[in-house]
Design a protein around this ligand. Structure first.
Ligand code: 26W
Length: 798
């Protein structure tokens, strides 16, 4: 399908008149925004209708991706790009006297996620849809997505993100497909016609109303939906109480229900064990599974063949309630025997693990669990009893490990274990991460279920992160090798033939410079700071977490600052940070305050001659990332080895020509494998060395006493060098309780940064490194990851 400028223009005019009663010369930009979105949404709906019709008679296996988070970002440009009408719409809008870029900027991000895991879900949705698979995402229609971050005197404040006001446009309500979800109450066994039945009684009901976000494939006829459930009370208003004059009480049940889809938990890698989060999980899992079963039964006589026709993917443990909920539906609603229900359940569910951090492995207090989900509790208990017996009887050598493998222990339900017990496939997200899962965290499971644990290294969609975010680079690449890479990113390797082509290398440098200038303008506008486009743009953007070690970067900046103050001259640098801290994570907020304080001191010091600048960009999010990545020259991936499961920002920056400065962690290892040691800068301990130092006892004071730079930096801070501000929290952390051994990697990091500066002196060589990184990034395509999921997990014979 293609559209001419004239057709689009006519439709815009028609819509403007129908919706607002205006012609283009009278319309406000807000009305034009609404009009453009309406026209694009109509195209999506039409295409979706055609695809749904086609799928009605298809028995292609369906993929259901369950995720508490989908970090969608903005949709307008993405939709226009995927529908192949970006240029035409731009022109049509222009002819009506408006600017499409301005309209893009009006759209809020759909920030329905925290970080990597949520963005991964959206990248996979794009890939699977473009590749033509029937892929449905299930999540929650949070009224408030990830908070808007404001920095006030260095301190992070969280403001509500009311994205629906301007972004709700894309959602198609489907009240007709609402489901009911039951909470609390008790279970009773009762004799009925078919014997003993388990009955859930005295529960309260929450209504789950679906809203669909339509996602079109690029050059494919598929439009899939991301189905977001919104919680409502079946009767948001209790007439009985109202009539009795209990006005406040009459609204309580509505509030209790609606609270469930009110807000995204801004916790990243840290469980809080709050009952509202448990309710969110059960709410979206239960509604989605009812939906999946219903769709299956439309074209199949029973659920016996569910595993052949559907696969349900559990994105981290957050939707792990899929295990007992699918069992419940099969046992209670469809009368299956335990054995048969268990067989169907296990062959339908697959799980991805995204973290080994113990504080992120979800565990639910049994008392809370039983209170809200009594029937689910009895099912989990039975799963656990049978599993423990199974291991006891079949693996005598593992009897000692039953306690740690059990789904229930220490009065907690362990969601990861539940997934390992039930799912037919469990995968890690990079080679290193999967090795750690197999040999360390889940070693016993790997022994009793050989072959269950596999690897699928994460991937990203270049269609958003290159074609839409960096049009200059995309155009250059298309000019050199054609546009085949859009559907087969491995074709980027053809760029290697230009490694000695001076014209290409300098054009690449020129494009980077223009993207740096674009980011420079953003920084000038938002931070009131001028940055030098000749300086190295050194970027660390990701969630703020101790293990990601933004502090290591901050220490290096202080080191450079002190070096210049002591008379050194350095290669000019601009350090750019973007990071949200979980609202209740005090140390993370302290680290932001520390970085901002360093920026304050450095940025106003004229004696540095502009050699150093530090920028903390507020409210890091998908749309901002689209401007940052194209401008990055150094991609900081400096987590403690073994802690970052994969990382995907590293892939996005590589694709945009940045050089990775990183530890041998997560996907950095695989970046190193493909670009070779001369095109990446690796430093620090590897995972084995980290473990060894941990075993031998890490003592930060040894570093402090033996490394003059560290001593100088810490004493500078202690003396009040940062405008007299107190940073004892940071100093004590580094010297007393830093699990992530920041100081142990400092000297190696400092030297690596010296290598960066030296390499940058030779622009031709730098551009070659950059080109090589782009050329080798094809392996990190989300299309490749999705194909691996298809071949090895989703469509593998079961
Ligand atoms: C219970 C709270 C909570 C919330 C989010 C626990 C854990 C998470 C996620 C695991 C956080 C996350 O986004 N993890 C990241 O997942 C990416 C996609 O696989 C990886 O690339 C990152 O390394 C990993 O940190």
């Amino acid at each position: 399908m293609s559209y001419s400028v004239k057709e689009l223009k006519d439709e815009l005019v028609k819509t403007l008149s129908a919706e607002y009663g205006y012609d283009a010369s009278e319309a406000t930009i807000l009305q034009m925004y609404g009009t453009v979105l309406t026209v694009v949404q109509q195209k999506l709906l039409q295409k979706r209708g055609e695809y749904t019709e086609k799928m009605k008679n298809s028995d292609q296996k369906r993929i259901y991706y369950m995720s508490m988070e989908f970090l969608v970002g903005r949709s307008l440009k993405n939709n226009l790009y995927n529908l192949g009408m970006e240029a035409e719409m731009k022109e049509a809008v222009k002819e009506l006297g408006f600017d499409l870029e301005t309209i893009y900027e009006m759209e809020p991000d759909a920030g329905l996620g925290n970080g990597g895991l949520g963005r991964l879900a959206s990248c996979y949705m794009d890939a699977a849809t473009t590749m033509g698979y029937p892929f449905t995402g299930f999540s929650i229609r949070y009224e408030f997505g990830i908070f808007r971050q404001k920095i006030v005197d260095g301190w992070q404040m969280e403001l509500p993100d009311n994205w629906l006001e301007m972004g709700g446009f894309w959602l198609v309500p489907r009240r007709d497909e609402s489901k009911e979800v039951h909470f609390d109450g008790e279970v009773k066994e009762e004799w009925g016609e078919n014997g003993l039945k388990t009955i859930h009684k005295n529960y309260y009901t929450v209504r789950a109303v679906p809203y669909d976000l339509l996602i079109s494939g690029k050059d494919s006829d598929v439009v899939n939906s991301l189905r977001l459930w919104s919680a409502e009370s079946p009767s948001s208003f209790d007439m009985g109480s109202f009539a009795r004059g209990e006005h406040v009480k009459s609204m309580e049940s509505g509030n209790r229900a609606e609270a469930i889809s009110k807000v995204l938990y801004p916790a990243d890698d840290n469980i809080e064990g709050k009952s509202l989060r448990l309710k969110q999980q059960y709410f979206f899992v239960s509604a989605s599974l009812q939906n999946i079963v219903q769709v299956h039964l439309r074209t199949n006589p029973s659920l016996d063949n569910l595993p052949e026709k559907a696969v349900i993917h559990i994105n981290d443990t957050h939707p792990a309630l899929c295990v007992p909920e699918l069992m419940r539906i099969l046992l209670d609603d469809y009368g299956y025997s335990w054995e048969k229900a268990w067989d169907i359940t296990c062959r339908t569910l697959a799980y991805t693990n995204h973290t080994i951090m113990s504080e992120a492995l979800e565990k639910w207090d049994m008392t809370l669990f039983r209170h809200h989900l009594p029937r689910i509790t009895s099912i989990v208990e039975e799963i656990n009893r049978r599993f423990c017996n199974y291991v006891y009887n079949n693996f005598p050598e593992k009897r000692g490990a039953i306690g740690s493998m059990a789904a229930i222990g220490d009065n907690q339900v362990r969601m990861a274990n539940l997934c390992l017990i039930a799912c037919f496939s469990v995968n890690g997200v990079s080679k290193l991460h999967t090795d750690i899962l197999k040999n360390d965290c889940f070693r016993d499971f790997n022994d009793i279920f050989p072959g269950k644990l596999t690897n699928v290294t994460n991937g990203i969609t270049a269609r958003r992160w290159l074609n839409q975010g960096n049009p200059l680079l995309a155009d250059m690449i298309t000019g050199l090798i054609g546009d085949g890479y859009v559907h087969d990113l491995s074709k980027l390797s053809e760029l290697k033939k230009f490694m000695e082509d001076d014209a290409v290398l300098s054009r690449l440098g020129e494009i980077k410079r223009q993207n740096k200038e674009r980011l420079g303008r953003y920084i000038a506008e938002h931070n009131g700071l001028r940055v030098d486009p000749n300086s190295i743009f050194d970027v660390q953007v990701k969630r703020l977490h101790e293990y990601k070690r933004q502090l290591l970067n901050a220490l290096e900046i202080l080191h450079l600052y002190l070096a210049i103050k002591n008379g050194a001259t350095i290669q000019p640098r601009t350090f750019i940070f973007g990071a949200k801290a979980s609202a209740g994570y005090y140390m993370a907020k302290e680290i932001i305050r520390f970085i901002c304080a360093i920026g304050d001191v450095v940025n106003r010091d004229a004696s540095l001659n502009g050699q150093l600048k530090v920028v903390f960009l507020e409210n890091y999010r998908v749309s901002l990332a689209e401007t940052i990545y194209p401008a990055a020259e150094i991609s900081e991936q400096i987590s403690q080895a073994g802690k970052e499961a994969s990382g995907t920002g590293n892939m996005k920056m590589m694709l945009n020509g940045a050089v990775t400065l990183g530890t041998m962690d997560g996907a950095n290892v695989e970046i190193h494998d493909v670009v070779g040691p001369e095109n990446i800068i690796i430093f620090g301990m590897n995972a084995a060395e980290v473990n060894e130092l941990g075993r031998n006892g890490y003592n930060p004071w040894n570093v402090y006493n033996s490394n003059g730079y560290i001593k100088e930096i810490i004493e500078f801070v202690r003396r009040g060098g940062l405008d007299g501000k107190n940073f004892d929290t940071i100093i004590n952390y580094l010297l007393q309780n830093d699990q992530y051994m920041t100081l142990a990697d400092f000297e190696s990091y400092r030297q690596a940064q010296e290598r960066v500066a030296a390499l940058y002196q030779d622009k031709r060589r730098w551009n070659q490194m950059s080109l090589r990184n782009i050329a080798e990034s094809g392996i990190f395509s989300a299309d490749r990851s999705v194909q691996e999921y298809i071949d090895n997990i989703w469509y593998k014979n079961c």
